[in-house]
Ligand binder design. Structure first.
Ligand SMILES: [Zn+2]
Ligand SMILES: [Zn+2]
Length: 128
């Protein structure tokens, strides 16, 4: 299961990061009222982490890391782990806990299950 830590992004600092980024995110507005939601597996050690945006360099992305008392913006390399089917891990190098495919987001899982069961509700046509 996914860690449930959430916190407000510091607006001014986030804006400063966006403005100084070499390859800023396409839609800065998404961070304006933004919350950081931890993407790590529950009961992880160290800082909580949320991916903010990808860098010019496809090997790197900007992350927001935080604890109870501190936070920081960091550019990190992607975790090099890959599954047998070629799916890459969506976290950063040396992240604590499980790779993304072992981290289940309960909200996303519930949505996926509902989409599979009632595709018409989601504007999808059932395929046979
Ligand atoms: Zn966390
Ligand atoms: Zn990983």
């Amino acid at each position: 299961m996914q860690c449930t830590a959430v916190r407000c992004l510091p607006a001014r600092e986030t804006l400063a990061q966006i403005l100084s980024a070499a390859d800023p995110p396409e839609d800065p507005a998404q961070f304006a009222s933004g919350y950081a939601v931890c993407e790590l597996g529950e009961h992880h050690r160290g800082e909580h982490a949320d991916h903010l945006w990808d860098c010019d360099n496809p090997d790197q992305a900007v992350w927001f890391l935080w604890t109870e008392t501190k936070h920081r913006f960091v550019t990190l390399r992607w975790c090099p782990a890959e599954q047998a089917n070629g799916d890459a891990c969506g976290l950063y190098t040396d992240h604590p806990q499980d790779h993304t495919w072992n981290v289940i987001d309960p909200t996303q899982e519930a949505m996926k299950a509902d989409i599979a069961a009632h595709p018409e509700r989601w504007g999808l046509r059932r395929e046979y």
